[in-house]
Design a protein. Sequence first.
Lengths: 116, 252
Amino acid sequence: MKAGVRNLVTIFIAMLLTVLLPVLPVQAARPELQIEIRDHLFYPSVVKVPANTKIKLVVINRDPTPEEFESYELNREKVIMGGQKAIIFIGPLAPGVYPFFGEFNPKTAQGKVIAE
Amino acid sequence: MSLHSATRLIPRLTPKLALKFVTRFALFLPGLPALADGNLVDRVYDPYVDALETEIEWRAVGARDSDEPELDGLWQHRLGVGYGFSDRWFGEVYAIGEKQPQDDFEVEAVELEAKWQLTEQGEYAADWGMLFELEREFSANQWEAAATLITARDWGRWTGSANLALEYEWGRVSEEFETELRAQARYRLSPHFEPALEFYAAEDLLGIGPVAVGSWRLDGGRQLRWEVGVIQGLTSESPDQTLRLLLEYEFF
């Protein structure tokens, strides 16, 4: 293996360890919340979550058409096919309000996550 | 004319129409010289896949180098069309062309790319994906296959991404293994403008420089994304400066 290759591999492994080691034990049970999409609306449209906690959102699309859960503030976008569900992990969030919307029906499909 | 009304003039593209467009571009003309290799910056990938999304992508890099006449003024362009087949797999096909300082622009290679999202965003400490690429240069009968490990992680409004690529080249011009490391630290200031810093390390490239990223959301689930950056070479083999540009049109 050339010296350059060795150096690159070493740098990358060091980066991975830096990223992973402090957080490997994070696989504890997480609060789980459910949101439904019906007639291009989110139910509930306001979701309260504990601040500084990772949350598992289960988004169930009851409509026959796909919808995309989108939020720049939450840094998430996820397409949920018609009649299917998707899991979206959010947080840990600082206290505040984080709006989200449905990319395919942005005028009706709107909601917000409130972390407190 | 507003951006929204201007974009309504863009015809409604289907994945089939977009693929036809790129294929025609690729078949335009086979070129003669081999592609620049091992010394040009690319882009830093994230590990995420958007199901059902079609994208048309143009990206270009232009190099300046006072020591290497072959690099000084070189432009490499990629035009691609991609589609999210599921929430785990995204495929893209590219036509790659180069404008050497002393030659005309030539389309010289095609590339197939598949991105595999391995973990759900935010589920673990870092998000993971893989990128597989297969490239063929027409004239030199030269092939390149690459497997790239992609990782990303958020720290508040900061997002860090890293790509480690292992590449194998074979054919008439050369046969060798290469590795490449690409990394980006990006601050999510607003959807329209996100400043970032990128780092590249490859066979004949060591560079770092500022990059700006942004997107404009259009109606009907469409989006325009752009990236602009200048990478400063840190070694004599690297281009002195490389300008990198990217424009993506995404739609469902």
